[in-house]
Design a protein around this ligand. Sequence first.
Ligand code: SF4
Length: 213
Amino acid sequence: MNKINYQKELDNLISNLKEGQVPSLLLHSCCAPCSSYCIEYLSQFFNVTVFYYNPNIYPDEEYYHRVKEQQRFIKEFPTKHPVDFIEGDYDKNSFYQIAKGLEHEPEKGMRCHKCYDLRLRRTALVAKEKGFDFFTTTLTISPMKDSQVLNEIGLSIAKELGVNWLPSDFKKKEGYKRSTEISREYDMYRQDYCGCVYSYNERQLFKAQNMED
Ligand code: SF4
């Protein structure tokens, strides 16, 4: 199947905005470094509210550290339109429920698809409840995430709940590279694993094996 260029779709949507039109956007963020470029880029065209909803994060200290970094970045980073912040629930059980039976899936596999769905669905519900014009996620910036799958999930939730999905593939146009530059500039904490206990264990194992070599 042909891949869709979701970044091009976003570019088209932005170029069709009327003069002076600044829609509201609920931007799900996985972490401050990934959000950096997305905020820099999107806040030129949208009134962005960052939604930090990541019940997948393990351990608790890591979760609170990532939230703090997210809030610090929003506070320190200058933007054309103001950026707000909402923290979602840290309801870890929701994550363990969807991960049941998928604990040994590799990264990008079915567990991750369900993890995307969990976080995007909650974002869409909040966007609907609060009347945002669009919702989207920073997750498409990561080379480790499948943007086609993320956009398909976002679009299907949007259709189901009646909220507008903002398509994206933030890693295009050097978005990922720019996020590493901003992260360095703001001396941000950059974690070395995706977030859940399974990705944490995988990373620890990898480090241990490489130390042995
Ligand atoms: S590896 Fe990342 S995307 Fe996949 S389930 Fe774990 S936290 Fe979610």
